[in-house]
Write a protein that binds this ligand. Structure first.
Ligand code: M6P
Ligand code: ZN
Length: 195
């Protein structure tokens, strides 16, 4: 059983790189680890045949996974596409549904794609300085829509939230962000699956 954090602490978050002065884990998610996330699986494997590519990285400030605590970190999504879809995170619901999350965009351009299990959807822009509140019960995935810049976001969420990736793996998200004729376009996911 983890103990509550006993002392206040601080760290710096140099803008715009966002790499925290202190972090406990550095997660790296490359194309090879993202099977089934993008719609165009042949495009992913074709790209992989030329070598793996880093899609996003998460710098986690670890903490007790307890209600009342906050877990923080920074996510960096690199620019790139698989087929028409921009690089993005796997996306998840919180295992404890009644937990929210706050994001603060430090750099880049992107979108937060969100939905509830009841069928509501929301897509919010992410630009430097913008704060986004992901309300409890909303699944969320962030997408980097810039062709040249990383999307960098600070996040904080309750220690007991947990990550439910299974629901997203089964259903996908209802909305996709693709590279359109006049910039990023939000379209319906033709393979979205309610089961
Ligand atoms: C956010 C946070 C992290 C999460 C990261 C990557 O910034 O919610 O907890 O790990 O995004 O997203 P995912 O876990 O969906 O790949
Ligand atoms: Zn979350």
């Amino acid at each position: 059983m983890s103990k509550m954090t006993e002392h206040p602490f601080g760290f710096t978050l140099p803008i715009p790189t966002g790499v925290p002065s202190h972090y406990d884990n550095h997660l790296k998610r490359s194309l090879s680890a993202l099977e089934g996330i993008f719609q165009d699986e042949p495009a992913r494997t074709a790209r992989l045949s030329r070598g793996d590519a880093m899609v996003y990285e998460v710098y986690e400030i670890a903490g007790p996974q307890l209600a009342g605590e906050l877990l923080m970190g920074v996510t960096v999504i690199h620019p790139g596409k698989v087929g028409r879809e921009f690089y993005m995170t796997k996306g998840h619901f919180h295992s404890v549904r009644e937990t929210a999350e706050v994001y603060f965009c430090l750099k880049g351009e992107g979108m937060m794609v969100m939905e509830t299990l009841e069928g509501e959807t929301a897509v919010e822009p992410l630009t430097p300085g913008r704060v986004l509140y992901v309300a409890p019960c909303w699944g969320h995935r962030s997408v980097c829509t810039s062709r040249q810049d990383d999307l960098v976001m600070f996040f904080a969420y309750p220690g007991n939230a947990g990550h439910d990736y299974e629901t997203v793996a089964k259903r996908g998200f209802r909305k996709l962000v693709v590279d359109g004729k006049d910039g990023p376009e939000i379209i319906d996911n033709p393979h979205w699956n309610a089961s």
